[in-house]
Design a protein around this ligand. Structure first.
Ligand SMILES: [Zn+2]
Length: 410
């Protein structure tokens, strides 16, 4: 490592760099990127990484865009942001064009501004600060803009780690935290149940066995079960909710012989998919319902044509309160932002289900923007927070890589 002749106080965006960061974010928001349709936004991200001077920029098999800065062979810090967004929903609920990228009172409006194009812009431009000032790093910072996080969180990170062979030591997720720290989240799974009956003419219902009535008993049991699920002191209680129901019948004047239900199950720490399935089986037995229980299964094809599939199970994860990543992140943010960040957890699910939940890579969350605005009409982000987060990511890259290069992690 060469002698560090940069000035820590100056590790921030200049006025010109702030303007470029704003333009970039505006361009991202103006480019729709539903999950599986991230090609255009991926090109914009790759071009911006090249313009900022990232050392290597490439797109992997599933379409993640990866840019690196620093020195290879040492520790690796991964900054993660997803490129996809959810749909706009009811357009009449929006006062601002969801793809306009309008700026009013220094807030940028549009779908994805918070979740999470704003944080992604902050990450790229944060590392851009280090590149522009030639700050040497005792390792590498890798910015990864991932695909398809919204429907199948963790899946694109699994491809990056298990198929592309990237092995980060620590991961920072830029999902919005309002500049605080998140150290975990409940997991989730999708459960599918089919209740079985026997069809007959609807004019003589007593001669058949209505699968919808079977489902009704199950639904009642699910509502009661929700109040009784186990609780984790930090992540809170698991939850269960029926979110979809459809009958299968020959016609509207036939008794349905099958009813398909979708159940959203949030898993707190200590709850497993096996346990969640067993609870439903027990419910069926108690309520004397004939039915089949299965884990949901996704199949998807990325914009690069890469096919993935797997069970819809996303485990809970929580970084220990004394984990060095949490302590070092906290200390670094306290210096760069001149305020002590709070440590909390997310209510929603993130790529951490894979990085920490499955791969066991220490993972922490820090990002600009209010997570309560994610997926809402008139989603927006304060530009000042994006700029502050850029500075924070620059400092985090130095501080965390310095720590990693001088400590052996057990
Ligand atoms: Zn998100």
């Amino acid at each position: 490592m060469t002698s560090a002749n940069y000035d820590r106080q100056n590790l921030r965006l200049s006025a010109a760099q702030e303007a470029q960061c704003t333009d970039f974010l505006q361009h991202l928001v103006q480019t729709p990127s539903l999950s599986g349709q991230e090609a255009s936004v991926a090109r914009i991200v790759a071009t911006e990484m090249q313009r900022l001077g990232f050392q290597s920029v490439h797109t992997d098999r599933i379409g993640n865009v990866i840019g690196r800065y620093g020195q290879s062979g040492g520790p690796i810090l991964l900054l993660n942001g997803h490129m996809d967004t959810v749909n706009v929903g009811d357009l009449s609920a929006w006062k601002h064009d969801p793809f306009g990228g309008e700026i009013i009172d220094q807030k940028l409006y549009g779908r994805g501004s918070v979740d999470m194009k704003g944080p992604l812009a902050a990450m790229l431009h944060g590392i851009g600060i280090l590149i522009a000032q030639g700050v040497p790093l005792p390792g590498e910072v890798v910015v990864v803009a991932v695909v398809q996080e919204e429907p199948t969180e963790g899946m694109a990170m699994r491809v990056l780690v298990e198929e592309e062979g990237l092995r980060p030591d620590w991961v920072i997720l830029g999902e919005p935290t309002l500049m605080q720290i998140s150290r975990g989240q409940r997991g989730r799974m999708e459960i599918r149940v089919a209740t079985m009956g026997r069809s007959c003419h609807a004019s003589t219902p007593e001669k058949g066995d209505n699968a919808l009535y079977e489902a009704a008993r199950l639904i009642f049991g699910v509502e009661i079960l929700n109040a009784r699920l186990m609780e984790d002191a930090v992540l809170g209680k698991g939850s269960i909710a029926v979110t979809h129901l459809a009958t299968v019948a020959g016609s509207r004047n036939a008794i349905p012989d099958r009813c398909d239900l979708v159940i959203d199950r949030r898993l707190t720490l200590g709850e497993t998919a096996l346990r969640a399935l067993a609870e439903i089986e027990a419910l069926l037995q108690r309520e004397d319902v004939r039915g089949r229980v299965n884990t949901g299964y996704y199949r998807s094809t990325s914009y690069t044509g890469y096919h993935t599939e797997g069970p819809e199970v996303y485990p809970a994860w929580l970084l220990a309160a004394d984990n060095p990543l949490l302590l070092q992140t906290s200390a670094s943010l306290e210096k760069s932002l001149a305020t002590r960040p709070q440590v909390r957890t997310w209510g929603f699910s993130t790529d951490g289900v894979y990085t920490m939940g499955e791969a066991g890579i220490p993972t922490v969350g820090f990002g600009p923007g209010d997570d309560m605005l994610a997926h809402t009409a008139d989603e927006h982000i304060a530009l000042a927070q994006v700029f502050d987060a850029s500075r924070a990511y620059a400092h985090l890259s130095i501080d965390l890589l310095n720590y990693l290069s001088t400590h052996t992690l057990s």
